[in-house]
Structures are given as structure tokens and as C-alpha cells.
Design a protein around this ligand. Structure first.
Ligand SMILES: *Cc1c(COP(=O)(O)O)cnc(C)c1O
Length: 382
């Protein structure tokens, strides 16, 4: 079956008691047992361990990513934390790409040492990752394209290095989703999502997911979720199940809008540079075309005049919302340095290519002519 059919139907069967076509919101903390050790064939006990609405989403995401199994979480960060808590032990070492989501950086930087885990932030390129590997490296964490610089990492090459070292390749696939990038086919072992973004897509929920390949990883990660209480709620799972059904249509349109905007920005006199993996000028355009089937809906640029000009632009837009988050049907404009990436020290930010004046766009589902007209009017005022 094709992706579009799967995104609508996978994981969901009509409700056995009523025939409801949508998996109901099983808004229940606990599930009554037949006797002390009889779960009445359903397997549910307490919603921190598992819930039928959440399970439907997990099954859908497993099929869409082509994985072995999945667990869903209260947020993308909860998903990342479950992977790290579930798989690492004191004495382990992890290699983390230097351009990752700001919250991922913050958790690794502030908390891993408390558990006796050592981390190296490596340039997100194959040679730097290879050089950072140690005998005790248990896990390599990548994100491609990365937030917010849109740097692309060769995921197959990183998988190769990781496999040779007997470690696991964990990759955050939030930016492209399984519709545009399939990390398991590139050799990754674990795929992380912030479902908050494109998967749910409507700025309505915070959620996360971890999909694993078939290596007995699910038990350890699900145990961390249960122990730390990182679970997704049934309501969030329900809304995410509906959002995912239109993922391909939204991604196609939002990516087409992003390319049109990137091309328009490139020719604008007041723009210093534009970053979009779909532009031939992007340094990893070829790699990006090889390992993904789309370029996503995120565009970054710097306005001539740096921070001050960027701030003026963000104040002048009207249709675009100045807000954190990304991947929604609403177009959003963000200043990573003061918003999403405030936790990253300036020196490391600059080294990773996150300049002070960088502006990040999450391109939505509106008419691209309107998005361009609004930015154009705002740029006139800069
Ligand atoms: C937003 C985001 C996260 C964190 O997800 P939350 O749902 O906000 O906790 C992780 N990775 C990437 C790439 C993100 O964009």
C-alpha cells in the first residue's frame, strides 16, 4: 500500500463495541481486570503503561516509518529523554551533532553528567562524528536537516560508522517526517519525532514519539517512559491521529510554498543569504536529494543589517506569526537566538552557524502569494 493510504488507515480499525470509524478517546486512567492476573486479553492496566488511543497512534507511526514498534510521549523532549534514560548507563559516552534542537542540547549538556554519561558535541559531518567515537560510545544522535541551520548530515554514512562501532544511531526526523525521509532505510536504529510539529500539524498539541527498528530496544525505552511518567495523553493521541491523515498533502504544499519563498528571498535586495536544502546553492543539496524525497518547509535567512534589521522585520509582519513552534498549517517566523536556541552559548551557536541575525520561517499552508506579499511589505519597512 502507498504512503497516502497508510497515513489514513494504518493502526486504526472501527471501534469493536460501537463501530465508530475513529479510534475513540479512551479517557480512562485505569482498566478493570477480570482477576488478579487476568487483563481480559487486552493488556491494559493503567494509562501510564499504555492506553488504547495512544496505542493506535503508535501503530500508525510504526507503519509509516517502516519500523518494528513505537512509543508515544508527552512531548518531543520526553521522547528524547526516554531514549537517553532507557538506553544509557553510567560510563557510557554519546556523540551528539552540534546542530540539534535547542532542548536536546540543553538536556544533554545539563543532565547527562548527572547520570555519569559523557557527551561530545561533534560537527554534524561524517568525519567529525567518526573522530568523536570512543570505545565506550553507545549512541550517536543526529538531526537532519538540523534545527535551525538546515545543515544536512549523511545519515547512511553515520549509520555505517555507528554500526561498525557497535553503537546505535538515533536520529530526530521531526523536520522531514516519514513522508519525506525514511531513516530506517538509511540504516538508523531509532527515529525520534516531536509530533507537535508536522505530524499533528495544527498547533493544537505537544507530543512525541520514538520508533525503533527490530533490535529489542522497545522494552527498555518503554520502561523509561513508564518509570518516569513521560506518556502521551489519549486526547493528544486522538488529535495527532487525525493530523497524520493529511500529512503528505500538507507537506507537499508547505514544501512547495517554502521553495517558492526561498527563491523569492534569494532575489530580494535586502536579503544577505537564504538557506533551504531545495535550492541548488545549498551546500548539501545533492546529498539532500539523495537521502530524502522532499526538502521540508523550513527556510532560514539573514536580512542585510543583521540583528536589528531582523528584529524590525519580525515586528513588521502581519500574516506571519512571531512564535516558536514549526510545522503547523499557520506560517510562523522565529528568531532562533532569542527564542528556540536561547539555551545554546553564543560561541557554540556561532560555530554551529546560528548567527545573531538568523531568521527562521516555518512555511504554512496559506497562499504563497499572500505570504510573499506580507514579507515584502515588512521588508520595505526595514
Ligand atoms: C520541537 C522539536 C523538538 C522538541 O519537541 P517538543 O514537542 O517541543 O518537546 C525536538 N526536535 C526537533 C527537531 C524539534 O523541532
Amino acid at each position: 500500500m502507498g504512503f497516502r493510504t497508510k497515513q489514513v488507515h494504518a493502526g486504526v480499525t472501527p471501534d469493536p463495541t460501537t463501530g465508530a470509524i475513529l479510534t475513540p478517546i479512551y479517557q480512562s486512567t485505569t482498566f478493570v481486570q477480570g482477576s488478579v492476573d487476568d487483563y481480559m486479553g487486552r493488556g491494559y492496566s493503567y494509562s501510564r503503561a499504555g492506553n488504547p488511543t495512544v496505542r493506535a497512534l503508535e501503530e500508525k507511526l510504526t507503519i509509516l516509518e517502516g519500523g518494528h514498534d513505537a512509543t508515544a510521549y508527552a512531548s518531543g523532549m520526553a521522547a528524547t529523554v526516554a531514549v537517553l534514560l532507557g538506553l544509557l548507563e553510567a560510563g557510557d559516552h554519546v556523540v551528539i551533532a552540534d546542530v540539534v534542537y535547542g532542548g536536546t542540547y540543553r538536556f544533554a549538556d545539563q543532565f547527562l553528567s548527572k547520570f555519569g554519561v559523557d557527551e561530545t558535541f561533534a560537527d554534524a559531518d561524517v568525519n567529525a562524528i567518526k573522530a568523536a567515537m570512543r570505545a565506550e560510545t553507545r549512541l550517536v544522535f543526529t538531526e537532519s536537516p538540523a534545527n535551525p541551520t538546515l545543515k544536512v548530515t549523511d545519515l547512511a554514512a553515520v549509520s555505517e560508522i555507528t554500526r561498525e562501532a557497535g553503537a546505535l544511531h538515533v536520529t530526530d526526523n521531526t523536520f522531514l517526517t516519514p513522508y519525506q525521509q525514511r531513516p530506517f532505510e538509511l540504516g538508523a536504529n531509532i527515529v525520534i519525532h516531536s509530533t507537535t510539529k508536522f505530524l499533528e500539524g495544527h498547533n493544537a498539541t505537544l507530543g512525541g514519539a520514538v520508533v525503533v527498528d527490530g533490535q529489542g530496544l522497545q522494552e527498555k525505552i518503554a520502561f523509561a517512559r513508564l518509570a518516569a511518567g513521560l506518556v502521551m495523553s489519549p486526547m493528544v493521541a486522538f488529535l495527532t491521529l487525525q493530523g497524520v491523515k493529511t500529512l503528505s498533502e500538507r507537506m507537499d504544499r508547505q514544501s512547495a510554498n517554502a521553495l517558492a519563498l526561498a527563491e523569492w528571498l534569494q532575489d530580494h535586495a535586502k536579503i544577505d543569504y537564504v538557506i533551504y536544502p531545495g535550492l541548488a546553492e545549498h551546500p548539501q543539496h545533492e546529498l539532500s536529494s539523495k537521502q530524502a524525497t522532499g526538502f521540508g518547509a523550513m527556510v532560514c535567512f539573514e536580512v542585510e543589517g543583521g540583528v536589528e534589521a531582523g528584529k524590525k522585520l519580525m515586528d513588521a509582519v502581519e500574516l506571519w506569526s512571531l512564535a516558536e513552534n514549526l510545522g503547523s498549517v499557520e506560517s510562523l517566523i522565529t528568531h532562533p537566538v532569542t527564542m528556540t536556541h536561547a539555551a545554546v552559548p553564543r560561541e557554540e551557536r556561532i560555530a554551529a552557524g546560528i548567527s545573531d541575525g538568523l531568521v527562521r520561517l516555518s512555511v504554512g499552508l496559506e497562499d504563497v502569494e499572500d505570504l510573499i506579499a506580507d514579507l515584502d511589505a515588512a521588508l520595505d519597512r526595514v
